[in-house]
Design a protein around this ligand. Structure first.
Ligand SMILES: Cc1cc2nc3c(=O)[nH]c(=O)nc-3n(C[C@H](O)[C@H](O)[C@H](O)COP(=O)(O)O)c2cc1C
Length: 193
């Protein structure tokens, strides 16, 4: 099998929201991905991030109930049963290690997602999370601040990156064939000097 270049991984690492739910992800795979996040940079090297792993139907259902999916796709309440993520990694901050967070969790999240893509998986970084509900459902102790939920699975949906239209709208959209379109700003528009 041809090894993917780093650029390939970045391009392929789109937010995916529909999956082959029957393709399970081993706990060992989730641990490998957190093993990559363990090596990422951390402000003052404090390493306050902690993780909760989920790959069972019962725990997955609890996490799913706390998520908001693709708000810009009106009338879609998220993936239907059968197309839901087969695993999750919840990123938390241990407030007994650090009271304030830099961007450690963003770096960790992207590293995990790239690692997932390399394994033929995919998913979505999710910040719109009902955090108190999730804390209660998983009995997460108060010292851990919930930062992000990473949804993971074998992607079922195709994502197309395209330039912004004339109107400059950045909203992603889904066409009649179910293809997910994501407008990205042009390179010349983001390098300002
Ligand atoms: C910090 C962060 C939080 C996000 N939260 C959500 C979320 O709660 N729900 C969701 O469906 N997508 C979420 N996304 C995914 C974005 O909508 C997605 O990155 C954007 O539409 C661009 O698509 P792309 O990732 O394929 O480039 C989040 C992305 C980031 C980086």
């Amino acid at each position: 099998m041809k090894t993917k270049s780093f650029a390939d991984l970045v391009r392929e690492n789109r937010s995916r929201r529909r999956f082959y739910q029957d393709v399970s992800i081993e706990l060992e795979t989730l641990k490998e991905l957190v093993g990559l996040a363990r090596l990422t940079p951390s402000a003052r090297n404090q390493q306050p991030l902690k993780y909760i792993l989920s790959n069972t139907a019962e725990k997955n259902a609890k996490i799913f109930s706390c998520l908001s999916w693709a708000l810009d796709i009106k009338g879609w309440g998220g993936p239907a049963e059968g197309e839901r993520p087969s695993a999750y990694i919840i990123i938390l901050s241990d407030t007994e290690i650090a009271k304030t967070m830099g961007c450690d969790h963003g770096i960790a999240a992207q590293t995990i997602m790239l690692g997932a893509v390399e394994k033929g998986l995919g998913g979505c970084i999710m910040a719109l999370v009902k955090k108190e509900q999730l804390r209660e459902l998983l009995a997460i102790p108060g010292r851990y601040e919930i930062l992000l939920v990473l949804a993971l699975g074998k992607p079922k949906e195709q994502v197309i990156i395209e330039p912004l239209g004339k109107s400059g709208d950045i909203k992603y959209w889904r066409d009649s064939l179910g293809l997910h379109h994501v407008p990205k700003r042009a390179l010349d528009d983001i390098i300002i000097g």
